[in-house]
Design a protein around this ligand. Structure first.
Ligand code: HEM
Ligand SMILES: *[C@@H]1O[C@H](CO)[C@@H](O)[C@H](O)[C@H]1NC(C)=O
Length: 351
């Protein structure tokens, strides 16, 4: 139970006896909820200083707390891929690549291995950036340089090959590698039952330089150094806890190769909060618990946030929190946000 819940209970019995107490308690509750959902509101890239375009203002608002979950608007292509009608419509080629992605990501028992790979791939491309980096981030360099040979990227080969094949088909219609990687991650999330439809923007510039090194976490790291690593990328500790829920759909191969294919929760095809509760309670035999996840689940500064996702109502809190934190992830290192185009309408609706 959250400390304030206990306080609320105590207060409720005394509220009549002590007028004014109710509003004081409401204030404490609000502050507590704020702590539990303390998202970063830091601005990024070309949104800092200067005049913003209309789309720049929209992205700024999302980074500062507007919902990162798309509405129900959909899109119909005006013509076949390659037709003039399609070439003249910024969303058209996107609608075709998203169909290809959905085919790869939606399986019989929820989302597929390709989907899990795509979610991790989006994180690993974007995360080669922090506030002190002059380059790196969501720039496609994961697949345009030799980054895939780095040990932290083991396991991304298959989704990398698939994504390069999409790039080879769709780059001629103007789709960048950086955008394809981030859009694939978002299509993959919503391909898992329970996954939110995260707002998507296109127009990122590619960079074929390998990103800065030592920017990705290890599954054996302690909680404080993991928080520091993510804070340097403008995430709050709460954002990190929300992001880690992606391990709801994860299967490891290299933490313990003798247990290759072992998932991090009992239903890796589904986007749910079992990962949070099972990381706390599992004996680490049927699923494999990463030490990093267990460390953050039990750390003084993050365990309240973890428990709020693990407990009753967790899914309702987690899905939008993940959407907001992953939206930020997808913009790390992007310095032309004022020139992007929103493509949320081509992202599939939640399943
Ligand atoms: C403390 C931070 C994190 C650590 C230490 C970590 C570590 C790992 C490790 C060791 C694996 C297994 C790789 C393998 O053995 O095959 C993995 C898988 C995965 N991670 Fe993370 N991760 C972190 C954060 C994230 C974030 C922020 C996301 C996405 C938002 C993410 C998404 C995934 C996914 C989807 C998989 C499954 C990949 C697959 O099944 O192919 N992780 N992570
Ligand atoms: C779970 O087991 C694996 C070995 O299969 C080990 O590497 C890992 O540290 C264990 N996790 C925890 C939280 O103890």
């Amino acid at each position: 139970m959250k400390p304030s819940t206990l306080l609320m209970g105590l207060c409720a019995t005394q509220a009549l006896a002590m007028p004014g107490m109710e509003s004081a308690m409401a204030e404490i509750q609000a502050r507590d909820d704020f702590f539990l959902e303390a998202r970063s509101t830091d601005l990024l890239g070309d949104l800092i200083g200067g005049v913003l375009t209309a789309v720049g203002n929209i992205i700024k608002a999302i980074l500062q707390g507007s919902s990162a979950v798309g509405d129900g608007a959909t899109y119909t292509a005006p013509g076949s891929l390659g037709s003039d009608a399609c070439k003249n419509d910024a969303l058209c080629a996107w609608s075709y690549i998203v169909k290809d992605m959905s085919t790869a990501f939606v399986g019989a028992v929820g989302c597929t291995d390709a989907a899990r790979g795509a979610i991790r791939q989006g994180f690993h491309d974007a995360s080669t950036w922090d506030k002190n980096s002059p380059y790196g981030g969501a720039d496609g360099s994961l697949l345009l340089s030799d980054e895939l040979t780095r040990p932290e990227n083991r396991g991304l080969g298959a989704i990398g090959d698939q994504t390069k094949a999409w790039y080879n088909t769709y780059n001629q219609y103007g789709l960048s590698m950086a955008d394809i990687i981030q859009t694939a991650a978002k299509v993959a999330v919503v391909s898992c039952p329970g996954g939110p439809r995260i707002r998507a923007f296109a127009g990122r510039r590619d960079d074929s330089r390998a990103g800065p090194t030592d920017m990705l976490p290890s599954p054996f790291q302690d909680a404080q150094s993991l928080i520091d690593l993510f804070v340097a990328k403008t995430f709050s500790a709460a954002d990190l806890i929300a992001l880690l829920g992606a391990h709801s759909t994860s299967k490891q191969n290299f933490v313990d190769p003798s247990r290759a294919g072992t998932p991090q929760d009992s239903d890796p095809g589904v986007w749910d909060t079992r990962f949070y509760s099972e990381t706390l309670t599992s004996d680490n035999t049927t699923i494999l618990v990463f030490p990093s996840d267990r460390n953050l689940a039990t750390f003084s500064q993050t365990r309240a946030q973890w428990n709020s996702f693990a407990g009753a109502g967790g899914q309702i809190r987690w899905a939008p929190a993940f959407a907001s934190a992953y939206f930020r992830m997808s913009m790390l290192g992007v310095d032309n946000m004022n020139q992007l185009t929103e493509i949320t309408r081509v992202i599939p609706l939640p399943r």
